[in-house]
Design a binder for this molecule. Structure first.
Ligand SMILES: [Zn+2]
Length: 311
């Protein structure tokens, strides 16, 4: 079985301006690295469908979805700022629909289980800062939440694990699933840091891991082993969904973590081991952050190399 690699050309058309770090070049950097490493041959490409209104509505309020649709700029070259760092151009709406739709297709493919145990959704805009009725932090619709809700509502799963190792707290995902015992949400993040949330969450289904500036691989791994892995074992997830953000890399200026490719490979392996024990190997991973192009390409390659599983 090989890896389903899900993307869509619309994801490259979403453009928030020349100097914005969440740039279309991010997807090119990943694609180039996969080709250069020979891994491109080991994945099966899929075009992401658009998520439907009903699929989005499982995790976002109807009024919010309509507000985002209405916020598209009228002119071809126009940009409409939703918050201080999140903007819509004409191409953003379809890109956001295909990004969320990628998670839906990823879940369908691994649930079917005929061709793929794992899927990587190489999409943008990212999603984990999008709450039930809020955009922000470069995000409009919460892609991993849309995928997890599809697994619960459409495929009838009872336990879905979402792991978010982006350097920023997955505040949108927490907003959507707080108190929903069908979902265990684990988020590691630099603290204090944007979006300044998550340090004092006490919901039983949320395991936040606020870590200080300059956290490196050894500290990250020790924290994950202590705080997450025993809870994941006890939860026995039937599906693992990953908010795969790589902006905690030592070479990424977005944060002050000093993680390396090997650390992203390590966490991927740990999740894969859990998926083997509990979830028939099912993993759906969605790209979140990671802004320095070279370490992003290398880190995604390390992540995908593990997902392919050296089979
Ligand atoms: Zn981030």
């Amino acid at each position: 079985m090989n890896l389903a690699y899900i993307s869509h050309h619309a994801c490259q058309d979403h453009d928030m301006g020349k100097h914005h770090p969440e740039s279309p070049e991010r997807l090119h950097a990943i694609q180039d690295r996969l080709i250069a490493s020979g891994m491109e041959m080991l994945v099966t490409h899929y075009d992401a469908p658009e998520a439907s209104f009903d699929q989005l509505n499982r995790v976002h309020d109807a009024d919010y979805i309509r507000l985002i649709e209405r916020s598209r700029p009228k002119e071809d070259r126009g940009v409409n700022w939703i918050d201080g760092d999140t903007a819509m151009c004409r191409a953003t709406w379809p890109a956001a629909l295909h990004s969320a739709g990628a998670a839906i297709l990823g879940v369908d493919l691994v649930m079917e289980g005929k061709k793929h145990h794992a899927a990587f959704c190489c999409v943008r805009p990212p999603g984990h800062h999008a709450g039930r009725r809020s955009a922000g932090g470069f995000c409009f619709f919460n892609n991993v939440a849309v995928g997890a809700a599809h697994a619960l509502e459409h495929h009838g799963l009872e336990r879905v694990l979402i792991v978010d190792f982006d350097v920023h707290h997955g505040n949108g995902t927490e907003d959507i699933f707080t108190g929903d015992e069908r979902v265990l949400f684990c988020s590691s993040f630099q603290h204090p840091f944007y979006p300044h949330s998550g340090a004092d969450t006490d919901a039983p289904n949320i395991i936040n891991l606020p870590l200080p500036s300059r956290t490196g691989g050894p500290e990250f791994r020790a924290a994950v082993e202590a705080a997450w892995l025993p809870r994941i074992e006890a939860f026995r997830p039937q599906l693992i969904v990953i908010s795969a953000g790589f902006d905690g890399h030592a070479e990424d200026d977005m944060s002050h973590f000093t993680l390396r490719e090997a650390d992203y490979a390590w966490i991927t392996r740990k999740l894969q081991e859990a998926a083997r024990r509990h979830a028939d190997e099912r993993i759906v991973s969605c790209l979140e952050g990671g802004y320095e192009l070279s370490p992003l390409g290398r880190s995604v390659s390390a992540h995908i190399d593990e997902l392919i599983g050296h089979a």
